[in-house]
Design a protein around this ligand. Sequence first.
Ligand SMILES: *[C@@H]1O[C@H](CO)[C@@H](O)[C@H](O)[C@H]1NC(C)=O
Ligand SMILES: *[C@@H]1O[C@H](CO)[C@@H](O)[C@H](O)[C@H]1NC(C)=O
Length: 703
Amino acid sequence: MVTMKTVLILASLVALVVGSYPQYHQNVKTKTLDPKLVGVQKKVLSLLEYWKQTDTEAEYYNIGKSYDVEANIESYTDKEAVTEFLYYYKAGFLAKNELFSIFYERQALEVIALYKLFYHAKDFETFYKTAAFARVYLNEGQFVYAYYMAVIQREDTRGIVLPPPYEVMPEYFVNMDVLFKLYRIQMQKGIIVPEQAEKYGIITKDNDYYFYANYSGPWTYDNNEHLLSYFTEDIGWNSYYYYFNMKSPFWGKGADVLKGFKGRRGEIYYYIYQQILARYYLERLANGLGEIPRFSWFEKFPTGYYPSIGPYLSSFVHRSEDYYLADADNIDDIQFIDYYEKNFLQYLQNGQFKANKYEVDLYNSKSINFVGNYWQSNTDLYEKVQPRNYWRSYEVAARRVLGGAPRNYADHVYIPAALDFYQTSLRDPAFYQLYGKILEYIIQYKEHLEPYTKDVLHYVGVKVNDVKVDKLVTFFEYFDWNATNALYFSEQQLESVAPSFIVRQPRLNHKPFTVTIDIKSDVEAEAVFKIFIGPKYDGNGVPISLEDNWMNFVELDWFTHKLTSGQNKVERKSEQFFFYKEDSVPLRKVYELLNNGQVPLYMAEKFLFPPRRLMLPRGTTGGFPFQLYVIVYPYQAPAAEWGEMKEYVIDNKPYGYPFDRPVPVAYHFIQPNMYFKDVYIYQEGEQYPWDTSYYSQNLVSKH
Ligand SMILES: *[C@@H]1O[C@H](CO)[C@@H](O)[C@H](O)[C@H]1NC(C)=O
Ligand SMILES: *[C@@H]1O[C@H](CO)[C@@H](O)[C@H](O)[C@H]1NC(C)=O
């Protein structure tokens, strides 16, 4: 019997469902792909289709099956890479069906050898054949890691679009309850009783299945951390982190992966983590969760976590509340971590770092690149002491300890933890606590630098008179994403068009808004504008001074504008903000565009940015207070050698400027060319919409 209450709930749910269908696949910004690359693009995508299983009918199969790497050694620009790969290959790679993690040494060495083989293939044809070979014979996880990265790094696949990580590896992005429903429908060959299916949040349309998905609840996180699950489990957020580690893997030489941008590697490391942490902190504040907890390696770790994730083979480990870190299994790692931290402090006290045949002046602002490399323990830190056989790293040890898994039995026999994978790291609250700790160390280095003075920050003759912002509104909307790759298909299914398995999940978004900046200028010049958002009050509701707050600002926008003499009115729409990209479109849409020689612009050029949807933290019904900060300063062109990252750089200032250094006196930031503006963010609709049951509408969005 339908009670009045259900009717009411249903009514509001209908409103939610109908009112918020995203139009995200309608007006996709595209770019024309070089016609020579259309074939390349299709081949790149084809190798990722159903990549976890073998399709003996597919084109790649026969190519890969008969390809002989050794016999083709002349087809690689670096013979050494081939020899190294063959060494591991003959000794035996991680077997198929084993779970691959880059944080276990042996598997990592294998995958790096595979990546190098891909990278050094002398032309695209060779790369394709090598990849087909790897797909047929090697571990699936290693194949996809090396392949994805090779497409990002190779010159001849520049501008080529990859499906987002969540479409490639859905099982790392969706909780097990949903995954199980997918498996079940596939096992039942799609037989569903519509009435029952609706009850379980499954609907079907046009040969495709749609699965309503919730986020994790209180059974997954302790300490109310589950309130943030819509954020920490967001597929775009987690993909962002995956892409970052594809572009700048800790084991890759800066000169290879970042090219001329290598000199800024440590700076980027700091900046990316600072932005991740600052953004996360804003979300915590809006949810009343307060400060990011701090922890000691020698105490109990209070924040438990039960990831509802289970790719295959094994579900992830559960770290209980008050997990004791320094037990016998971990003590070696803890000792290493502890020394690593103390060493850093000691170098800092001496004002210089002296090891690995380096001598670095820690009072120099450029040394951030060294400091970032130190904390990432990346290859550049050891570039002067090659060759070495040293695989110990602070991050790897810290992830192992915090993950909470029992000691691994062999390199390939381990219980996975969320921190073992870039796809799932951001789900674990421990991630933010760990990187919060690392940032604190880096900030201690920054405290030795000369702060920006009033003169440096000043822009003579330029005054920001006012900043106006539209009402800032956040809401949840459904988003459909293609999780078909989580499944395995029969030959018959592959020969016809296999159905798509689509996960439908509410996700955070905001209404577009405009920031209007009124400026009075005495100069005519190209100027740089930046817009930041930061907290106004700390976790206890106490106003934070800039001295304690500068590291909490999230950079929203960065652009240049030509100032004219007199009054200037500069309008920026949130859709234009520099630091964000649109969501990826599903594969079917990519193919559709490709038929007209087009690819989605953001997937081709700006894939390293976080999703635009997430720029604002979720508001509250009554409005949650934050502040915007706007600065205008003279433009200086970026250096020519940064070309590798030209889509990600506007001028020659450090990332995060002027909040890339501590602010010892807030007074320096009271200047005519800057403006602080109080804002409120309002949430429309429910704050946690997945807490109610609303999946019964047999509605499918039109895209
Ligand atoms: C979903 O993914 C599968 C496998 O990659 C693909 O064949 C299918 O076309 C995709 N469906 C949509 C709607 O993009
Ligand atoms: C989502 O969670 C709510 C509340 O626990 C529950 O009623 C609903 O069935 C769940 N929906 C799905 C699709 O699992």
